[in-house]
Design a binder for this molecule. Structure first.
Ligand SMILES: Cc1cc2nc3c(=O)[nH]c(=O)nc-3n(C[C@H](O)[C@H](O)[C@H](O)COP(=O)(O)OP(=O)(O)OC[C@H]3O[C@@H](n4cnc5c(N)ncnc54)[C@H](O)[C@@H]3O)c2cc1C
Length: 301
């Protein structure tokens, strides 16, 4: 049961940030409440004042500007999975959003809440890393933009200051000709493993690659060292290289046993699913769910 709570509904970032500063530990940002209310009901988190940010115009809306999607932090997963601009410019991200939990959670939960909570078993962050996405943070002290890979610090830990909000997420399109895929392994609603790949082929070899993995360790990660190794290889050589990288993956991802899978299983399946993602993008296999999607404006290699 929840005790009595005070609900504040500020109209501006300035007001919300001021309330967070004034109430400190007693106040919490409340977006969709998917996570927040669950934790409070279970007594894992205490709060007297909820600062509901959904009325703040600056945190709403989806737009396409200068080669990047700008997504307001209060956009729900359901809006993102169905929005025409997202499906056109970041289709693998739209697909990842369609895989979040169930329609009730997707209708309520927001992208900003998902990234701020930073549960390791999440979908959107992994594919956003392949897009080199960044987040705009705002408070009474002004705004700052930081890359998503610097925003995620550790399990449930981010670079957000106590009086800051995520205002929006900037999602650049992938390079021209790059095809992307997001693959997910799950037994329950939350993913056991998520892998994202962006591959640009040239004459049968990988000209450019972007790889990311989520759910295995404390946070979603780009695999920059592996990308360098597979660039210039055929898909079958890249799969062979992948198979030899267990130590690299273990050191980087720091896999842990948890309720969704043991560390060794997640590590093994990371190799399998990265290989699968490479094959799918190389074959340009498409399916009706839009798992694989050719980026707009790509060349016909
Ligand atoms: C049953 C269930 C299944 C789920 N399955 C999945 C899944 O399959 N994949 C997946 O990715 N996720 C999953 N989730 C997680 C859920 O979808 C996200 O965590 C949700 O999007 C959180 O958003 P929210 O708006 O509800 O956040 P809230 O619950 O309102 O807030 C979460 C946290 O973020 C803070 N916060 C929220 N918005 C902001 C902001 N703009 N700026 C600063 N701080 C902010 C809050 O203070 C709180 O600490 C699941 C959740 C549940 C309950």
């Amino acid at each position: 049961m929840l005790g009595s709570l005070q609900l504040l509904q500020p109209n501006t970032v300035d007001e919300a940030s001021g309330a967070l500063r004034d109430f400190a530990e007693r106040g919490k940002v409340y977006a969709g409440g998917d996570e927040l209310l669950l934790l409070m009901r279970r007594g894992l988190l205490q709060s007297e004042i909820l600062v509901d940010i959904k009325r703040i115009e600056r945190l709403r809306g989806i737009a396409w500007n200068d080669g990047a999607l700008s997504v307001g932090a209060c956009s729900t997963h359901h809006i993102l999975e169905t929005h025409p601009l997202v499906r056109e410019h970041a289709p693998s991200f739209a697909y990842a959003e369609s895989q979040v939990a169930n329609v009730r959670v997707r209708n309520q939960g927001t992208l900003g809440g998902n990234l701020c909570f930073n549960d390791p078993h999440s979908d959107p962050g992994t594919v956003l890393l392949v897009h080199n996405a960044s987040v705009t943070l705002g408070s009474q002290r002004g705004e700052r933009q930081i890359p998503l890979n610097e925003f995620f610090l550790d399990v449930y830990e981010t670079a957000l200051e106590p009086d800051e909000l995520i205002l929006d997420v900037q999602i650049p399109s992938l390079p021209s000709g790059m095809i992307s895929a997001y693959l997910r392994l799950h037994r329950f609603q939350r993913p056991t493993l998520g892998v994202a790949a962006g591959i640009k082929m040239n004459d049968g070899t990988i000209a450019e690659s972007r790889l990311a993995v989520g759910c295995v360790g404390p946070k979603a990660q780009r695999l920059a060292g592996l990308e360098t190794k597979i660039n210039g290889s055929s898909i079958s050589d890249a799969k062979r290289i992948l198979a030899e990288q267990k130590n690299y993956l273990r050191d980087l991802l720091r896999p842990v046993d948890d309720l969704l899978g043991c560390a060794d299983y997640k590590l093994y399946m990371t190799g399998v699913m990265l290989g699968e993602a490479l094959e799918r993008v190389a074959l340009r296999e498409d399916d009706t769910l839009g798992i694989i999607a050719r980026q707009k404006g790509s060349s016909s290699q």
